[in-house]
Write a protein of this length. Structure first.
Length: 436
């Protein structure tokens, strides 16, 4: 059903609410080039980016058929073609324990400064959730520029990520050598490899989301940004049989006063095997003339910490929530993932927007498969969960015990949250490796 999601017409309830304040909500026609350009300009303005260049517009243009973009227009302003608010969304595969589920990936949420705080964002977000439901998708996902906005719509932080700064001279590599080899490759080869490798690794990385369209190009340095593109370097790890199993994309930032102390910024390090992971990090940490290695959007539990003599030389410069999940259909969403062990758990979910409100019984068998039913289990372990925290628990990244200790989640009996953790927690922390 979600294949048809892009052709769902404008949400009538939101359109009517906005019309009552003189605004017009419209779904963008991908064939309408002028409307697309205005929409892209408004999106860039919302994020304080420079107006898009022709090259960037050409890159974005491909995305207009991959997403359902919505604009809100004010016919009373000087330039009524320019939307005063934007949002775009598309069905995206999200990796969950034991498989994947498609969610409605929401992006490009902007409201013009002249039209803020009039409830436009609320209308857009609530309408996107209804569209996701109409498309048959059990959840919605997004990444945020501000963490204060989306809990009110039922989103909760589901993955966390770290930015790292490594003192390459002092960290001391102690990892075992990998049997294959690392080599420099050109961008074309990196793009070709990334198309398959990123998706392969994404499928085994809980919390990761498939990357399509211009966002994929940007990971490797987009053609529309030639200065940046020229700076990118690409290394590949091939296993003993010569099969590429890992790719790192990085750039060098010169230190004008210390030619032996340049900085390497790692834009991507994607490894399909543990050998590839070790080999790529080893290579980056032992580059000559480099004093510092920085990396973004890494897992909160990187194996790298165990591959160096002095883990204190790996500083976490940022720890942030990254992927936000909004469960819309608990029965479908909870059955789509696997669980760590057998057990029964009741969930009393409160959802002010109504989509997931109610009580559900999760019954997991020995194989980790769940059957989920609406209706309250008469007895046994039960949690009272606000909808945003269900999103946080969903991928196994948050601990129910910790949430219970915070007082925001309630257990029927002591030990119920611990049982939830035994079922839900994932073996490694869920991680999203991109922004969208
Ligand atoms: C964030 C933004 C989309 C909000 O749009 P808006 O139309 O002013 O929001 P609304 O009037 O619909 O307000 C919706 C709710 O969010 C709250 N809110 C709005 N902006 C907020 C912010 N920056 N931080 C915290 N809360 C915010 C409002 O108080 C309101 O709360 P309530 O409904 O509980 O009373 C808009 O300010 C914007 O475009 N900012 C720049 C781009 C951006 O940050 N986008 C978010 C990308 S993740």
């Amino acid at each position: 059903m979600h294949d048809d999601a892009l052709s769902i017409p404008v949400d009538e309830a939101a359109a009517a609410a906005l019309a009552s304040s003189g605004l017009r909500m419209a779904v963008l026609d991908p064939a309408d080039d002028a409307a697309f350009r205005s929409w892209a300009e408004a999106d860039a303005r919302g994020f304080h980016d420079a107006a898009p260049t022709e090259e960037f517009l050409a890159e974005l243009r491909g995305d207009s058929v991959l997403q359902r973009a919505v604009g809100v227009y004010d016919d009373g302003i000087a330039d009524p073609e320019l939307p005063v608010a934007t949002v775009a969304a598309w069905p995206a595969a999200l990796t969950v324990p034991g498989g994947e589920v498609h969610g409605w990936a929401i992006s490009a949420v902007t409201v013009a400064p002249t039209h803020r705080r009039r409830g436009i964002a609320r209308q857009m977000l609530e309408s996107e959730l209804r569209v996701a439901v109409a498309a048959g998708l059990p959840l919605a996902i997004l990444t945020v520029s501000e963490a204060t906005i989306y809990a009110r719509y039922g989103f909760g932080p589901a993955t966390w990520s770290t930015d790292l700064e490594i003192d390459a001279r002092r960290v001391g590599w102690i990892g075992a050598d990998a049997p294959g080899r690392v080599q420099q490759i050109r961008r074309d080869a990196a793009v070709a490899l990334a198309r398959t490798l990123l998706e392969e690794v994404r499928r085994t990385t809980v919390g990761d989301v498939e990357v399509v369209g211009h966002r994929f190009e940007r990971l490797l340095g987009a053609p529309s940004d030639p200065a940046e593109q020229r700076k990118r370097r690409f290394i590949r790890y091939d296993d003993e049989s010569g099969t590429p199993r890992g790719l790192a994309v990085y750039r060098l930032v010169e230190d004008a006063t210390d030619f032996a102390g340049h900085t390497v910024e790692v834009n991507q390090l994607v490894a399909a095997t543990d050998d590839a992971y070790r080999a790529l990090w080893h290579h980056l940490l032992e580059l000559d003339l480099v004093g510092t290695v920085k990396a973004w959007l890494r897992s909160v539990d990187e194996p790298l910490r165990w591959l160096v003599r002095d883990p204190r030389r790996i500083r976490t410069t940022e720890l942030r929530e990254h992927l936000w999940v909004r469960v819309l259909d608990p029965v479908v969403a909870l059955a789509a993932r696997s669980y760590a062990g057998p057990g029964r758990l009741g969930l009393r979910i409160s959802d002010p927007l109504g989509h997931a409100d109610g009580t559900f019984a999760l019954e997991v068998d020995e194989a980790g498969h769940a059957v989920v039913r609406a209706g309250e289990p008469a007895e046994g372990p039960l949690l009272d969960v606000p909808i945003d925290l269900l999103g946080s628990l969903y991928l196994g990244g948050a601990s129910a015990v910790v949430l219970a200790a915070s007082g925001r989640l309630r257990e029927r009996d002591p030990g119920d949250a611990a049982l939830a953790d035994r079922l839900l927690r994932s073996a490694t922390p869920p991680t999203l490796t991109t922004w969208f």
